[in-house]
Design a protein around this ligand. Structure first.
Ligand code: FMN
Length: 195
């Protein structure tokens, strides 16, 4: 089996973080199904290195490694806390620095946490359009969890666990498509043309 790169990014700047817990839970569900290893990137660790760059030309070594993992991922899991009715500025900065040409048809699972259930649509109205700009393939199911869905930074809601299962199943479909060898018909001319 070809190794695929499955990368999660948590846009939270705090540690511990509910968002990081949620992204990690999605990564684990995908790993269980696919057998592939996963990598979790945290802006609480990497934001200083990323903010040292104001353009892609300024990016230092640590920030470059971070961006390379995101650009090279076969599947991305992107989570953010809701800050002021949007994703975090730190997460936006990452996607201002990446090479937008590396995201075409990349499967992306979306997740967010917030204090209020009223801000769940931040995923649909802000996060999904960002990945639309990048021509990424966002998975249909997104996961939004509120503070009440966690107990001491553990997910305590069965509804959230169910949505994690759903998004992991959707991710697996995309990964399976990605790793499937091209059918001979896809690379050879149709028989009628050869004859
Ligand atoms: C600066 C700031 C702004 C916030 N703005 C909102 C908001 O507009 N809507 C909301 O539902 N929650 C808001 N929250 C609450 C966080 O989204 C919520 O606590 C989230 O789960 C924190 O995630 P974390 O534990 O991963 O950092 C805000 C929190 C902070 C620190």
């Amino acid at each position: 089996m070809t190794a695929l790169s499955i990368v999660g990014i948590s846009g939270s700047l705090t540690n511990p973080s509910r968002t990081t817990v949620l992204v990690d839970a999605i990564l684990k569900a995908v790993a269980e199904r696919s057998g592939h290893k996963t990598k979790l990137l945290k802006l609480s660790d990497s934001a200083p290195a990323l903010f040292a760059a104001t353009s892609p030309a300024d990016v230092g070594k640590d920030a470059r490694q971070f961006l390379d993992l995101i650009e090279g991922a076969d599947l991305l899991v992107v989570g953010t806390p809701v800050y002021r009715a949007s994703y975090t500025g730190a997460l936006k900065h990452v996607f201002d620095l990446v090479d937008h040409r590396r995201f075409g048809s990349k499967p992306v699972a979306l997740a967010a946490t917030g204090g209020s259930p009223l801000h769940g649509l931040v995923i649909e109205h802000q996060l999904r359009p960002l990945f639309g700009f990048l021509n990424a393939l966002t998975l249909p199911t997104a996961v939004y969890a509120t503070e009440g869905d966690f107990s001491n930074y553990a997910i305590g809601s069965s509804a959230i666990h169910e949505r994690i299962e759903r998004v992991a199943n959707e991710a697996l479909i995309q990964l399976t498509r990605h790793s499937r060898p091209a059918s001979p018909d896809a690379v050879s001319p149709p028989k009628a043309v050869v004859a």
